[in-house]
Every structure is written in structure tokens, then in C-alpha cells.
Design a protein around this ligand. Structure first.
Ligand SMILES: Cc1ncc(COP(=O)(O)O)c(C=O)c1O
Length: 416
């Protein structure tokens, strides 16, 4: 057994991040300013998006994305039930109804479930790229195009992930989405700037930089879109609805005068957060490479264990392994998932569960009438899942310790 506790996640913060934060603190410019602008620009380029808007959380970004789309009372928004509560909470904040839907065995929402849930009141779809593996975007955008519905991608886990060779949140969509329901070609292809903006589905992507995410700004998020009008509205909504560049009003080139064009929110990112983000972004591809290597080690470690199901991986997508989630084959074990987690903890290994399905939370049952049994795939997944430690700062020996601990628990509690 390990003699120190291995947490589920730890951020990797280097000297570069620390020096950049100190520079912000010393400069006196500690809220939204030049570093936030630089971070937006570098992120925009990394993703390949026309616009990037930094906000103080992914939740904030999802909220203003829906607000910019005009979602309000009486509207319905489709949300997978296997997600963090904030994906659904933001719909409720706007007075709309979150229409929960089931997921597939790969933990991602299915296009079929989305299509079945569409009514005359549906105003948007929020697919969640669970754990950093993209949803089937061709099929989802085909449905969206067919019904003329905007898509807000919850990419909280998916910074750096790609679908058919295109980064999540980039302006590129693969061909199927543009061919409106034709179920078109699935091969990646390069395209011109003009071509990539032709898809008529309104589209926004929102990322999280929360402490456990693949890159972090402690708290923070980023919105990307190719849509000029939506970008302008979201930028306004992120800072009180104040007219463009109001953040500059205390600089020598700024002006004290501003106008409030919308009743916006206070969701701006600070330069202290951006100072972290600038350096985390430069390290992101290396972080992802380590996560992928450790995920392979887990895959190999559990390969001969029928009691442990490994994640389902799609070869047409680049998975960033924000999470490595195993599914326990409970029929072969004498303990349940909660006991399994306790056993891991007793062996000095942290873990987590992603997620308690939204429809099992009290508020959603009371407010919208959801009940256990509504979404059988997500419920079955929920009873069995364990997210194992996975972060770049852990060592190969840490990964081996986790594999040994899982093997030990399984051998102890396996049905004879
Ligand atoms: C799927 C999903 N969506 C949204 C969020 C919210 O992100 P944030 O904490 O940046 O608001 C999270 C956070 O963990 C998440 O896992």
C-alpha cells in the first residue's frame, strides 16, 4: 500500500505561471486587462475560432451563451442527464425548462435521444463532451440543422479534443453537419474560411478552466464561436452589458464614458486568472499527451479483468482524457461502487464519480417531475462508475499503484 495519499486530481502549476501572476500583481492591473486580451487571442488561435471570450467559469459561459440566444421562460433546452449540475442549472436560471435525455454506453448524449426530445418549444441543444471525448457531432449537427436549433457545446472537459481532426470549438464543422441531415461523409477534410462558416446552425462552445481541468486558471472559462453577432452579445453580457472595451476605461487610451446596452452579468475573467491561462495553454498539448499515456497504461492494466470495463473509445475522435472512468461489473463483485471507493481510499487512493445524473437530484425531481427510472442507461452507468486519478503531475509509479490497488480490491471481492 502507498504511504502517501494520491488525490484524484492536482493542478500542475509551474514557475512560469507563478512569475506571470506576480507580474500582474506588481503591475497593479489585477482585473480584466491586457493579459485577458492576450489569453483570448492565443486561445482563439489554438482552437481555430473566430472569437474567444474569457469568462470567470464555464457555468458563466453557458449561461450567457443561452442568454445571447434569447432563451427564456417557456423555452426548452435539451441537456444530457449524465453531466455536472451546472449544465442544467443555467437553463433554469433563464426561466426555461431543461429537457433531460439519456446517454449512450460511451457516456455521451445520443443524437437519437436528442431528436426524440425535440418539441415545438425546443430552443437549443447542449451536448456535453463527457470526460474529454467528443460527442458524435456530425449526427448532432445534422439533427440541429434539420430542426433549425442552435447548439451550445459544453466542452468543460474537452479543451484540445478533436472530432474528425477538427478541434472542439473551432470554426470547422465536419461535412455531415453542413449537409443538413444527409448523414454525409465522415472523413475529415480541410476547408477554406468561407466554406467553414457556411453551416447555418448557430453554434457556441464553452470550456472550463476549473482547478481539476486539463488546463486551469483556478476558476475560469472560455467561449468560442464563429458567429459575430452572438460573440458581440456574449461579450456585452459578460460585463454588465457595457459597451465595447469598457474595461479600458482606466487606461490612458480609454474613456470614462460607456453605455449599458443589455442588463449583463459580472462574468469577466481577471488578468490574474489569465496569467495562469497563458502558460497553461502553452503546456496543454504536453499535459494531454501525458494523460493519454497514463490512460493507455490503465487500459493495459485492466485488459484481462472482466470485473472492470474500460472506457469506450471512438477512433474518429481525439480524446483528451480529462477523466478516466471505469465501470465496475457489479454482477461479478460482492461489493457495490460506494464500497469500492472506500476500499480505494483505505489504500490511500482518491477517486470520484462523474456524475450523479441530474434527474436524480432533488431539485430537478421537485421542480420538473423527473424520477428514478427515467433514464436507464445513465442510471446503470452511474451505479457502476469510478473516476480514477489522472493528472500530469502524477508519476508512472502512481499509475501502477492505482492499477495494483484496483486489482487487489477486485481479487478480494470477486464472486467465487
Ligand atoms: C460537464 C461540465 N459542465 C460544466 C461545468 C462547469 O464548469 P465551471 O466549474 O468552470 O463552471 C463542469 C465543471 O466541472 C462540468 O464538468
Amino acid at each position: 500500500m502507498r504511504d502517501t495519499f494520491l488525490p484524484f486530481s492536482l493542478p500542475t502549476i509551474g514557475e512560469e505561471e507563478i512569475a506571470e501572476v506576480m507580474d500582474s500583481l506588481r503591475s497593479g492591473w489585477i482585473t480584466t486587462g491586457p493579459k485577458t486580451k492576450q489569453f483570448e487571442e492565443e486561445f482563439r488561435e489554438y482552437i481555430g475560432a473566430r472569437h474567444a471570450i474569457a469568462v470567470n467559469s464555464c457555468t458563466a459561459g453557458l449561461h450567457i451563451a443561452l442568454a445571447a440566444l434569447g432563451i427564456g421562460p417557456g423555452d426548452e433546452v435539451i441537456v444530457p442527464t449524465l453531466t455536472f449540475c451546472s449544465t442544467a442549472n443555467v437553463v433554469v436560471h433563464l426561466g426555461a425548462r431543461p429537457v433531460l435525455v439519456d446517454v449512450g454506453e460511451d457516456f455521451n448524449v445520443t443524437p437519437e435521444a436528442i431528436e426524440r426530445a425535440i418539441t415545438s418549444r425546443t430552443r437549443a441543444i447542449i451536448p456535453v463532451h463527457y470526460g474529454g471525448q467528443p460527442c458524435d457531432l456530425d449526427a448532432i449537427y445534422s439533427v440541429a440543422a434539420c430542426y433549425n436549433l442552435p447548439v451550445v457545446e459544453d466542452a468543460a472537459h474537452a479543451v484540445g479534443a478533436a472530432y474528425h481532426g477538427h478541434k472542439i470549438g473551432s470554426d470547422f464543422l465536419s461535412r455531415g453537419a453542413e449537409e443538413q441531415g444527409s448523414g454525409g461523409a465522415r472523413e475529415p477534410r480541410s476547408r477554406s474560411v468561407e466554406e467553414r462558416l457556411t453551416c447555418n446552425v448557430q453554434r457556441v462552445t464553452v470550456f472550463s478552466f476549473y482547478a481539476t481541468k486539463n488546463m486551469t486558471t483556478s476558476e475560469g472559462g472560455m467561449i468560442t464561436t464563429a458567429d459575430d453577432e452572438l460573440a458581440e452579445r456574449m461579450r456585452l453580457l459578460s460585463l454588465h452589458g457595457m459597451s465595447r472595451d469598457a474595461w479600458k476605461r482606466y487606461t490612458s487610451t480609454g474613456s470614462w464614458y460607456y453605455e449599458v446596452l443589455l442588463p449583463g452579468y459580472k462574468y469577466n475573467m481577471t488578468d490574474i486568472q489569465a496569467a495562469l491561462g497563458i502558460h497553461q495553454l502553452r503546456k496543454l498539448d504536453d499535459f494531454i499527451a501525458i494523460r493519454r499515456r497514463y490512460a493507455r497504461m490503465y487500459d493495459e492494466g485492466f485488459a484481462d479483468m472482466p470485473e472492470v470495463e474500460r472506457p469506450i473509445i471512438h477512433s474518429d475522435r481525439t480524446h483528451t482524457y480529462h477523466l478516466y472512468v471505469i465501470r465496475l461489473n457489479l454482477e461479478r463483485l460482492t461489493i457495490d461502487r460506494a464500497q469500492f471507493i472506500e476500499e480505494l481510499k483505505a489504500l490511500n487512493i482518491g477517486s470520484s464519480v462523474h456524475f450523479i445524473p441530474v434527474h436524480l437530484h432533488l431539485f430537478y425531481q421537485r421542480a420538473f417531475g423527473y424520477k428514478p427510472g427515467d433514464f436507464p442507461v445513465a442510471e446503470r452507468i452511474y451505479e457502476r462508475i469510478v473516476s480514477l486519478p489522472l493528472f500530469p503531475k502524477m508519476t508512472e509509479d502512481d499509475v501502477k499503484d492505482v492499477i495494483s490497488a484496483v486489482k487487489y480490491i477486485i481479487s478480494k471481492y470477486k464472486k467465487k
